[in-house]
Design a protein around this ligand. Structure first.
Ligand SMILES: [Zn+2]
Length: 470
């Protein structure tokens, strides 16, 4: 199973200053002791190897002695030798048995012995769960390198300050990743809450983490979905500041769902609802995603806050212009974040539905001519959405999330998708914003009121007018 590792910056969520300081202290305390614990485990692994080697050497020398005695005997001619041979062979058997038992016993206590050792010394500074993971990590390292160390190809590993602090993300334990409002958080030891900072996120880390959280929720088995492997956090000194990074290791399934390229999911971007989905092969599937009402309310709320903030700033004089603009900028940022999060939620749902329908292809409208009326200019209601909703962002999110699943994304020319009947292909009428009626006398759905967004989404799914760029 392939494993991917992602590096994501973490910020501690500050509740009170006192608590924040304590949490940093706690992190430093672990950071300042964990490499010592790792070195202790590593050294002890060496002792264990040594002990095993002595056990083997003693056994071999005892065997040798018996073998030499056996060589000197002549059981075919002397009866006394025959008796001696019988006795020695029995002794040899017992020796084998004894060695086998000792080896097995030692294997059993070996793993635990290193843990016992470090826990005595470090349990006051490092949580038991981390020590357990550390023990596993160092032992695995030791075993993997053993032969190379023996042959002189490499030196023994030593662990230095600043090494990763290993821990396991498990949905059932206290350590877990979760989505809350516009952020993704990691709950850690001592009540520390980290917020994951994705920055520009060129490598789609957010998408991968979301997928991981989604898999945890569904309690899927290894091999079927994303599973968190060994993770660690790393403190990195950066001048006066220390930055925290999460190194997230994820098992991703090698076997992907085999999707049908011929099944096309059409995505209609609308003004009544942000997204409407339909597929090309039949009309049994239809789905609306998002709620434009919710969007308008949120938008109005932000506008109100903008206005009251502006008013407030007009009455407050004195400070520099830059300082004045700061709260406005912050509010704008908040609004952008909100839209960004909604786009993530919507795009995730689109991919989920595409997989459910086994669709290997997604069709979206090219935004180049999006919302243009007969006269060729963009209608006001679409302008508003293009500007505030950022359909471009939504489409690019759908595109990269689709790529991760092996779904192909194509853009189509949106002209007439809302005025054409998706059953007969003839032009019909979009009577109201939400209704389409076909007037073709030969059409089996003639005169029926069809959901206009559904009709458009199906036309998009069935469209052959592929345009190259968006
Ligand atoms: Zn028709």
């Amino acid at each position: 199973m392939p494993i991917i590792t992602r590096k994501i910056e973490l910020k501690i969520v500050r509740l009170t200053d006192e608590e924040y300081d304590q949490q940093w202290k706690y992190l430093y305390q672990i950071n300042n002791t964990i490499y010592q614990a790792a070195n202790r485990i590593s050294t002890h692994c060496l002792f264990n190897d040594e002990y095993e080697m002595r056990l083997r050497l003693r056994y071999m020398s005892q065997c040798n002695k018996i073998d030499k005695k056996l060589e000197k005997l002549n059981p075919d001619k002397k009866t006394s030798d025959k008796e001696e041979q019988y006795r020695l062979l029995n002794e040899r058997k017992e020796l084998d048995e004894d060695f086998k038992n000792k080896k097995q016993d030692f294997q059993r206590i070996k793993r635990n012995s290193t843990y016992q050792l470090v826990s005595k010394e470090f349990l006051n500074y490092i949580p038991a769960e981390i020590l357990t993971d550390l023990n596993q990590y160092v032992q695995n390292n030791h075993n993997n390198n053993k032969n190379k160390v023996k042959s002189g190809e490499r030196a023994l590993s030593t662990y230095k300050k600043g090494m990763g602090i290993p821990f396991s993300i498990k949905p059932e334990s206290g350590l877990r990743l979760f989505v809350k409002e516009e952020g993704i958080y990691l709950k850690w030891f001592k009540g520390i809450l980290f917020r994951l900072e994705f920055g520009k996120d060129a490598s789609n880390n957010r998408c991968i983490v979301e997928r991981l959280i989604e898999s945890d929720k569904q309690q899927k088995k290894k091999g079927e979905d994303y599973v968190a492997n060994n993770s660690s956090i790393k403190l990195v000194k950066n001048g006066k500041n220390t930055r925290i990074f999460l190194l997230l290791s994820i098992d991703i399934p090698a076997k992907k769902q085999v999707l049908d390229k011929e099944v096309v999911l059409g995505v209609d971007l609308g003004i009544k609802c942000p997204l409407y989905l339909a597929i090309n092969k039949d009309d049994n599937f239809k789905m609306q995603i998002g709620d434009i009402e919710h969007f308008h309310n949120q938008r109005t709320m932000f506008q109100k806050r903008f206005k009251s903030l502006q008013k407030l700033m007009c009455t407050q004089g004195g400070h520099g212009r830059k300082k004045k603009l700061e709260p406005l900028e912050k509010l704008k940022e908040k609004e952008r974040n909100w839209v960004h999060t909604q786009n993530h939620v919507y795009s995730r749902e689109v991919i989920k539905q595409a997989l459910k329908q086994n669709a290997g292809t997604i069709h979206m409208e090219s935004l180049k001519d999006f919302g243009k009326g007969k006269e060729g200019y963009v209608k006001d209601e679409y302008k508003y959405l293009l500007r505030y909703w950022s359909y471009y962002e939504l489409q690019s999110m759908i595109e990269y999330k689709a790529k991760l699943e092996g779904i192909e994304v194509k853009y189509i020319d949106p002209a007439y998708t809302s005025q054409t009947c998706s059953y007969c292909g003839e032009r019909g009428e979009r009577k109201k914003q939400e209704e389409f009626v076909c007037t073709n006398p030969q059409c089996k759905r003639r005169g029926e009121k069809i959901n206009a967004d559904f009709n458009a989404a199906r036309n998009i799914a069935m469209s052959k007018k592929i345009v190259k760029d968006n």
